[in-house]
Design a protein. Structure first.
Length: 335
């Protein structure tokens, strides 16, 4: 049995260090004692047959519940202590945290999986069991994530708007897919006997719109920065995703055969397939001009510094540094 409760811990405040410390035998007169409430996790030790506790280090209930979930995960992963459990005795937060912790080296989208897990934990809390994942609970989760912010109008004319942003059904579908994968992961490693089916909402319809020649010309005419214009030319003539274009390197560009390899060597193909694209005339002219400009820029730097500066690897650069081109592109788009 594990429970979360509050306790009173005696601490002191030090004027010199401006922080709270635990009192000890050599405290000076400049230290003043006071009592502070902390949230503790209590559990029954089956070996010593007594109640034990540890501090969560916070007075915030939500943070304390998250610490409780990490405590449950840590103890469920102990060798020899783990046993297969039914849905009524397995926590949702345990399944999610075990999944993101053990698959962090395999998942290419681990950051996205962490964000999805945090949203699910924030809604279901640390005490929800797998058996609580009924279709009604999943519908309530979808409604809570997609609803608009509440607006409260007071009699004195003040208007209060809830600080939240609704998400699309596609986002909810992605989050529930992480939940389904976490439950499957727990069953695979024999921690969970079975799990209910996770019903996911139907994603919103994709909107397809093509630019005409007039719109393309207007778009290119308003691209002042060279790296932004090159990005737009690549996007129009390849139809590739932004990440594939920003990561594009010159060893993926074959100007002789006029072929663009969007998937670099050593990168495993994912569901978001990166294909091989032919280079048409407008794109060929833009790539040749960019390559010459980069070569001239590097040669000038070599003459100025006297150092053997290597040529750029990336096709799109910003301020001569490929590491900063994405943030620079975002700033230019914002303008």
């Amino acid at each position: 049995m594990v429970r979360l409760s509050s306790a009173r811990v005696e601490t002191t405040f030090c004027r010199k260090s401006n922080e709270y410390v635990i009192p000890h035998h050599n405290t000076s007169k400049e230290i003043y004692q006071f009592i502070l409430d902390w949230l503790y996790v209590y559990w029954k030790d089956p070996v010593k047959r007594r109640w034990r506790r540890f501090s969560t280090g916070t007075r915030d209930r939500a943070k304390a519940e998250y610490a409780l979930g990490e405590f449950l995960v840590k103890h469920s992963l102990d060798i020899g202590c783990e046993e297969i459990r039914p849905p009524e005795g397995f926590f949702v937060i345990t399944a999610l945290q075990q999944y993101v912790r053990e698959r962090k080296h395999d998942l290419k989208t681990i950051d996205l999986a962490n964000r999805c897990a945090d949203s699910l934990i924030k809604f279901f809390g640390s005490h929800a069991k797998v058996s609580h994942l009924t279709p009604q609970a999943l519908e309530q989760y979808e409604h809570e994530r997609t609803r608009k912010p509440r607006v409260i109008r007071k009699k004195d004319g003040l208007v209060y708007v809830e600080d939240r942003r609704p998400v699309t059904k596609g986002t909810v579908r992605r989050e529930l897919s992480v939940l389904s994968s976490a439950l499957t992961h727990a069953i695979k490693y024999r921690r969970l006997t079975s799990a209910p089916k996770v019903y996911k909402p139907i994603g919103s319809e994709n909107r397809t719109r093509f630019l005409n020649k007039t719109e393309i010309q207007a778009l290119l005419a308003n691209c002042v920065a060279p790296h932004v214009k090159l990005f737009v030319v690549l996007a129009i003539n390849t139809g590739a995703r932004r990440g594939a274009l920003l990561e594009l390197k010159w060893d993926q560009v074959d100007l002789v055969s006029r072929i663009l390899y969007l998937n670099p060597n050593g990168r495993e193909q994912t569901k978001k397939f990166r294909s091989i694209v032919p280079i048409n005339d407008p794109l060929y002219e833009a790539l040749v001009a960019t390559k010459k400009e980069q070569e001239v820029l590097v040669l000038k730097k070599r003459e100025k510094t006297g150092e053997d500066i290597p040529f750029y690897d990336h096709v799109i650069i910003f301020n001569s540094h490929p590491q900063g081109y994405e943030s620079g592109l975002t700033r230019r788009e914002a303008r």
